[in-house]
Design a binder for this molecule. Structure first.
Ligand code: LLP
Length: 435
């Protein structure tokens, strides 16, 4: 994080807070979010779009990366809107007082209730498939008000890019959106719905992408679709180019900056619009990982170790795949530091393991660390995106607490789950309780 430094005790400090002291106070594992880094990323996106795009623009935060009240409110305070993909994310955003006019509901299988909540809230709904359209058409007919429901259409752009197979979304073999051969049919069908106002088109090509070319290519696919939509009488005034900019997890990663990404996207959009001779639409994008990812670290406490001579040393920590499922799911690689002896030489190669009952529960394979002892604090870096949001209670571990740090102050933004929380939804049928 931007505000990270090593303090006089040779401890890692973030946002002016000593990480070891944070762990003593709030427990372990602990997600620590650096407000300065988070705000800076929002600001970089906002300003880069304003600089490189001559038309109107709005950055949405893809809240799937980390949805909770504080993060939603913070991001909204930076002038960003929000992309939500479920009733739960929508509810979180509304409860955080995010302006519904800046909310966009995605999802390839929205329930009727989710669509209803979105309509009541006044958020824009991104039509992903025929069932979405059918439900929206019905619900719009049943409404008493005359104001049409604001919708967008999600396109599958047919663009390939290099990232993990599970997080590619823009290729044709994708479960999301309408394929190019369906554009005519869907535009024509939407144009016949007086209760729907189709304001925009959306496409997203994937996540943790380092290449710029696919983002550039996307512009012309979208602009072609605007022209096509206009043939059916749809006046497309907004386009959303999705998210996907990758971040640096280890030194080997070299992603483009937010600025470069935005410049590529904006210039491609302007060029495509000029070529097709259409007015510049309002430009939306919806980054998640690159907003929140670099802003967080996860602090763990070291416990047991196992040395297998000539093979490997395992250093176990008090969390793992429940608070960060990314390594086991995508073979993701992270960087780790020893918080309480920051300048100690990195003389050991060890494997940092989680505490779950699975051999695959490895936080980092072959990490360079100083010798560690029980009670030492390790910090895994860049854990803001898709860690808490994908966390589970596997092995009935409590989900960690999260704190927001800034200027030497810290605020708890997520309570650590208690044992009572873990059994809160459990119900014990009476005949079993008698045992
Ligand atoms: N928009 C849409 C429609 C998306 O599907 C996504 C991510 C985003 C925006 C934000 O993409 P980002 O800027 O964060 O790359 N759990 C996986 C990532 C899944 C991404 C899903 N969609 C991971 O941990 O790598």
């Amino acid at each position: 994080p931007l505000s990270a430094r090593v303090n006089d005790h040779d401890h890692l400090e973030i946002g002016g807070c000593d990480v070891k002291l944070l762990v003593e106070r709030f427990g372990s594992p602990l997600y620590i979010v650096d407000e300065q880094t988070l705000r800076a990323a929002c600001c970089q996106y906002r300003e880069a779009l304003a600089r490189y795009y001559p038309g109107e623009s709005l950055v949405l935060y893809a809240s799937k990366a980390w949805s909770c009240l504080a993060i939603c409110a913070l991001v909204a305070s930076e002038g960003l809107g929000l992309d939500v993909v479920s009733g739960g994310e929508l509810y979180t955003a509304i409860t955080a007082n995010v302006d519904p006019k800046t909310l966009y509901l995605h999802g390839n299988n929205k329930s009727r209730d989710e669509i209803l909540l979105a309509i009541e809230t006044g958020c824009t709904i991104v039509i992903d498939n025929w069932l979405d359209l059918q439900m929206l058409a019905q619900l719009s007919e049943q409404r008493s008000t005359q104001t049409p429901i604001r919708v967008m259409v999600r396109l599958t752009p047919g663009i390939e890019c290099h990232t993990h197979e599970y997080i590619r979304t823009g290729h044709l073999d994708s479960k999301f959106g309408f394929d190019p051969n369906q554009f005519d049919a869907v535009f024509s069908a939407i144009a016949q719905q007086p209760g729907l106002s189709c304001v925009g088109l959306h496409a997203h090509i994937g996540s943790q992408i380092f290449e710029l070319q696919p983002h550039g290519d996307l512009a012309s696919v979208i602009v072609d679709a605007i022209t096509k939509a206009s043939q059916y009488g749809l006046n497309i005034t907004e386009v959303n180019v999705g998210g996907g900019l990758g971040i640096r997890y280890t030194e080997a990663d070299d992603p483009p900056s937010i600025e470069t990404w935005a410049k590529t996207v904006c210039q491609a959009m302007v060029k495509a619009c000029q070529q097709q001779n259409i007015e510049l639409p309002k430009l939306l994008c919806e980054p998640g990982r690159s907003i929140v990812g670099p802003a967080c670290i996860t602090a763990y406490t070291v416990g047991s170790q196992k040395q297998i001579p000539g093979i490997r040393t395992y250093v176990a920590v008090d969390g793992g795949m429940s608070d960060n499922p990314r390594p086991i799911t995508y073979q993701s690689v992270y960087r780790v530091v020893l918080v309480n002896r920051m300048s100690a030489p990195l003389s050991e190669t060890v494997t940092v393991a989680g505490k779950h009952c699975e051999s695959g529960d490895i936080v980092i394979k072959d990490a360079q660390l100083p010798p560690c002892e029980p009670g030492d604090i390790l910090a895994v870096l860049a854990t803001g995106a898709y860690n808490y949001s994908m966390a589970s209670n596997y092995n009935r571990l409590s989900r960690p607490a999260a704190v927001l740090v800034s200027g030497g102050e810290c605020n708890l933004i997520l309570e650590r789950e208690t044992y009572e929380d873990l059994i809160r939804q459990d119900r014990l049928p009476e005949r079993l309780a008698a045992l």
